[in-house]
Design a protein around this ligand. Structure first.
Ligand code: BGC
Length: 760
C-alpha cells in the first residue's frame, strides 16, 4: 500500500508531532488515533524476545512473556556463519511478528575492548569486520519478517561503569577503523530500520546529541534511512538531540521532552521542518511495519531446536589432548553446579524468560556410565569441603572427569563491569584438586567473556560453551559425546591474564576513558606486542583435521579500486565429517602508516566429508586494504605489497600470497621549514630535493661522497661505520630550516624551493 507520509505529517498538530518523538510508555510509541497512526511496540533483543506485557523496565527486573533464548552474541559470533546467524534472525523476526512487535532492540555490536565489560556477552567480537558481518546477517534475518531492528549502542559504549555520563575519548582513526565499522557494515549491507544511540559521550559530546555521529557519519556518509532512537534514558538535552538527528526519545519522558520541543518551535529556536523530518522518518518505519504485518504463530519448540543448532555450531573446543569426544562405555564423573543449572544468558535488558532450559544433565542417558557430584554451586563462590571431597571421590572412581565451571550471574551483567578476569576461587581450587586425582580432566566453561585459567596445563580438554542460550545443555552434551563435531572459533582473544589486555590501564575510569591503545584492540595488540596468549582470536579445534593448500589470487596486481578473490583448497584429512572456518587476514607491508600486523578481512565456513577437498573463494573488497586518514577525512590505500594470509586462526596462518596494489591515491603534500630530509627522501614527489639536500649536507660535514643511503657505500671500519650511521640518522631527521642555519641556503631561497615542491 502506497502511503503519503509527508502529507500525513502536514495534517498533524505541533503537539502531535512533538509527541511522536518520545515514547508513550516504556515500550510503545505514541499513536494519533484521529489520523489512523497506531501506537506500536518495541522490545528487547538481541537474542530473543523480552516482551513485557505488564510492568516495564529496561534492566530485566520485571517478568516478560515466555520466549526462546537463542545463544547470545558472545557465542553466536563464534559460529563465523552468516547464514546461521541470519536464520536465527529469521526465527526472532517470526516471534516478533507473532507478538506484534515493530522493532527488536538489537543486534548489539559494540567492540569488546576489555574482557571486563559487563555486557560483553551481548556483543559479538573484538574484531570490527566479524562484528559487522554478524550484525548484517542478524538484521537481514529479522527484517526479512517485516519487523525492524535497532542496531546498538552507537557508539563507543565499551564499559558499563558510569555509562550514562562518561566520555569515551577516542581518536578519529580508531573510531573509523575499530568502533564504527560494525555499525557501518550493518547500515550499508542491511539497512536496519532503527539505530539506538549509546548512553555515553564521545570526546565530550553525548551520542544522543552528536550531530557529527548521528547525521554526518550515519546518514550522510553511510546512507542510513531509518530513525535513531535513544537508549533508555540516554537523552541529555532534547532539543539539541533532535537537531543532531535523534528522532525518538525512549522511553516516555512524561511530557518533558515534548514540551521542550513545542516551546522551541514556538520561540523560533527550533525550525519546525527539523521536527517534521524526524516525524516523517519515524512514521515511515512505523507504517513499514504496519504494512508488512501478517499472521505468524509462535513456534517455540521449533525455535528451541534452532537455538540448539546455533549453539552446537558455535561452541569452541579450546584444547583437546585426545580426551574428547567421550565414549559411551567410559565411566565419566560430571562435576559442578553448571552441569544441572547451566548459565546460559546474562543479566539486564536482554534477559529472557525462557520457556524451556536444557541442562547437560537432562540430555544425557542416565543408563550411561555416569556419576554426578555437585562440587561447587553455580551461584556463589564458597569452597565447601564436603562437596569438594565428594567431587574428588567421584572423579577418582571414573575414567574421566568433566567439570562444568563458569561465571555465576552476579559476576557479569548489564549495568556493571567485572572487577577481574578470574573464575570464582572455589572453582579454580576444585579444578586443581580434581586434577590431582584424575588426570583425564575436561573443563566446560559457561561465561560471557574470557576467564583466566590457572589450571590450564592440568586440563586435557577445554570446551568454551560461553552463554549458550536455553539449549546450551543439550548442545554441550552433543559435543562432549561426539554427536556434533565442534566448529566454533573464538571471536575474541583469551589473554593469559587481565593485565595483558591493552585497555588495562584505561578501563573503568569514571568521567573520561582514554582509548590510548588506539587501533590496537584485541589481537591487533597482542600480535604487535608479540605477546603469548592463552587462546588466540579465531582459534577453535575440531574432532577432525584440515589441510590448507593451493592459495591463489585472481590477480597479483590491482589498483586501489579493485577487488581481488583469494581461493584456497581445504581438505578434511581426518575420518569424520567436520566444518572449518577459513580466515583471511591482510598484512599491509606498504609502510604507509602504523598498522596492525594483520587484520581479518574475510572468512567462510565450509562443511567437508572425510577425505573431501573443497575450494573456498573469498572476495576482498577495496576497503579491505584501506586505512582511515584523518588529514583527508577519507579511506586511503597505499601503493605496495600486501600479504594475503589464509589461516585456521590468527596465530595459525597456513598459507600466504603477495598482492601488489598500485594506488592512484596520494596523501596531500605538506612541506614547510620543519619538514625533515628523511620525509623528503621517503616521498617520491620530493625525493629528488631530499637527495640534493642530503648530498649538500654530506659535503658540508665531509661525509663519504654518497648521495643516497646505500648499504654498500658504508665505510668498512666499525668506528667509521658507526659515525656514518649516526650522520645518516642525524641528517634524515634534520628539518630543512637547518640548511638555512648552516648557511647552505638563504631563507628566501628555501621558501621558494618549498613552494616549488608544494606546487610540483
Ligand atoms: C539497554 C538497551 C536496551 C534498553 C531497553 C537499556 O538499558 O542499554 O540495550 O535495549 O535498555 O531495555
Amino acid at each position: 500500500m502506497k502511503r503519503d507520509i509527508s502529507a500525513l505529517v502536514k495534517e498533524m498538530t505541533l503537539e502531535e508531532k512533538a509527541g511522536m518523538c518520545s515514547g508513550l510508555d516504556f515500550w510503545h510509541l505514541k499513536g494519533v488515533e484521529r489520523l489512523g497512526i497506531p501506537s506500536v511496540m518495541v522490545s528487547d533483543g538481541p537474542h530473543g524476545l523480552r516482551k513485557q506485557d505488564d510492568k516495564g523496565d529496561h534492566l530485566g527486573i520485571n517478568d516478560s512473556i515466555k520466549a526462546v533464548c537463542f545463544p547470545p552474541a558472545c557465542l553466536s559470533a563464534c559460529s563465523f556463519d552468516r547464514e546461521l546467524v541470519k536464520e536465527m534472525g529469521v526465527r526472532i523476526g517470526k516471534e516478533a511478528q507473532a507478538e506484534d512487535l515493530s522493532v527488536v532492540l538489537g543486534p548489539a555490536v559494540n567492540i569488546k575492548r576489555s574482557p571486563l565489560c559487563g555486557r560483553n556477552f551481548e556483543y559479538y567480537s573484538e574484531d570490527p569486520y566479524l562484528s559487522g558481518e554478524m550484525a548484517a546477517a542478524c538484521i537481514q534475518g529479522i527484517q526479512s519478517q517485516g519487523v525492524g531492528t535497532s542496531v546498538k549502542h552507537f557508539a563507543a559504549n565499551n564499559q558499563e561503569y558510569n555509562r550514562l555520563s562518561c566520555s569515551s575519548e577516542v581518536d578519529e582513526r580508531t573510531l573509523r577503523e575499530i568502533y564504527f565499522p560494525a555499525f557501518e557494515t550493518a547500515v550499508k549491507k542491511a539497512q536496519p530500520k532503527t539505530v539506538m544511540c549509546s548512553y555515553n559521550m564521545i570526546n565530550g559530546v553525548y551520542s544522543s546529541e552528536n550531530s557529527w555521529l548521528l547525521t554526518d557519519v550515519l546518514r550522510n556518509e553511510w546512507g542510513f534511512e531509518g530513525y535513531v532512537m535513544s537508549d533508555w534514558g540516554a537523552v541529555n538535552e532534547r532539543v539539541p538531540g533532535l537537531k543532531a538527528g535523534l528522532e525518538l526519545e525512549m522511553p516516555s519522558s512524561n511530557g518533558t521532552g515534548d514540551t521542550e520541543i513545542i516551546n522551541a518551535v514556538k520561540d523560533g529556536t527550533l525550525d519546525e521542518a527539523v521536527l517534521d523530518r524526524a516525524v516523517e522518518r519515524i512514521l515511515r518505519v512505523v507504517f513499514d511495519y504496519i504494512d508488512n504485518r501478517h499472521e505468524e504463530k509462535l513456534e517455540l519448540e521449533a525455535d528451541h531446536e534452532i537455538a540448539k543448532h546455533v549453539a552446537c555450531e558455535s561452541m569452541v573446543l579450546l584444547k583437546n589432548d585426545e580426551m574428547l569426544p567421550l565414549k559411551k562405555d567410559e565411566k565419566v564423573a560430571f562435576i559442578g553446579g553448571f552441569f544441572k543449572t547451566p548459565r546460559y544468558q546474562g543479566g539486564g535488558s536482554s534477559h529472557i524468560n525462557s520457556f524451556r532450559v536444557d541442562s547437560a544433565w537432562d540430555c544425557l542417558d542416565k543408563e550411561e556410565n555416569i556419576v554426578y557430584a555437585e562440587g561447587f554451586s553455580a551461584v556463589d563462590d564458597i569452597y565447601d569441603e564436603e562437596l569438594a571431597k565428594q567431587a574428588c571421590e567421584a572423579a577418582k572412581s571414573a575414567d574421566k572427569a568433566v567439570i562444568f565451571a563458569g561465571l555465576p550471574d552476579v559476576f557479569e551483567s548489564e549495568g556493571y563491569d567485572r572487577k577481574h578476569m578470574r573464575l570464582p576461587g572455589c572453582q579454580n581450587r576444585l579444578i586443581s584438586e580434581t586434577a590431582k586425582v584424575q588426570p583425564n580432566l575436561v573443563v566446560v566453561l559457561h561465561n560471557g567473556s574470557p576467564v583466566e585459567m590457572p589450571w590450564l596445563s592440568c586440563a586435557k580438554a577445554v570446551l568454551e560453551a560461553y552463554l549458550g542460550g536455553q539449549a546450551a545443555g543439550s548442545a554441550v552434551a552433543a559435543i562432549l559425546y561426539g554427536e556434533v563435531n565442534p566448529s566454533g572459533k573464538l571471536a575474541e582473544t583469551f589473554p593469559y591474564k587481565l593485565s595483558d589486555n591493552p585497555s588495562y590501564l584505561n578501563f573503568g575510569c569514571p568521567d573520561k576513558v582514554e582509548y590510548h591503545e588506539g587501533i590496537y584492540v584485541g589481537y591487533r595488540y597482542y600480535d604487535k606486542k608479540e605477546m603469548e596468549v592463552a587462546f588466540p582470536f579465531g582459534h577453535g579445534l575440531s574432532y577432525t583435521t584440515f589441510e590448507y593448500s593451493n592459495i591463489k589470487l585472481s590477480a597479483d596486481k590491482i589498483t586501489e579500486k579493485d577487488t581481488v578473490t583469494v581461493s584456497v583448497d581445504i581438505k578434511n584429512t581426518g575420518d569424520i565429517a567436520g566444518k572449518e572456518v577459513v580466515q583471511i587476514y591482510i598484512k599491509d607491508n606498504t609502510g604507509i602508516c602504523p598498522c596492525p600486523v594483520k587484520e581479518l578481512k574475510g572468512f567462510e565456513k565450509i562443511y567437508l566429508e572425510p577425505g573431501e577437498t573443497k575450494t573456498v573463494e573469498i572476495c576482498l573488497d577495496s576497503r579491505s586494504f584501506a586505512h582511515y586518514n584523518v588529514d583527508t577525512s577519507g579511506w586511503f590505500t597505499g601503493s605496495g605489497d600486501y600479504d594475503i594470509l589464509a589461516g585456521a586462526s590468527s596465530r595459525d596462518i597456513r598459507l600466504s600470497a603477495t598482492l601488489n596494489i598500485e594506488s592512484s591515491q596520494q596523501l596531500p603534500l605538506k612541506v614547510h621549514m620543519n619538514t625533515t630530509l628523511g620525509e623528503l627522501l621517503a616521498d617520491k614527489r620530493t625525493r629528488k630535493y631530499g637527495l640534493k639536500f642530503k648530498h649538500q649536507m654530506d659535503v658540508f660535514f665531509g661525509a663519504p661522497g654518497s648521495t643516497d643511503i646505500k648499504e654498500d657505500s658504508m665505510p668498512e671500519e666499525d668506528g667509521a661505520a658507526l659515525g656514518y650511521a649516526m650522520a645518516e640518522a642525524v641528517a634524515s631527521s634534520m628539518p630543512v630550516r637547518n640548511l638555512v642555519g648552516f648557511g647552505l641556503y638563504k631563507k628566501e631561497e628555501m621558501l621558494k624551493l618549498l613552494e616549488e615542491m608544494q606546487n610540483a
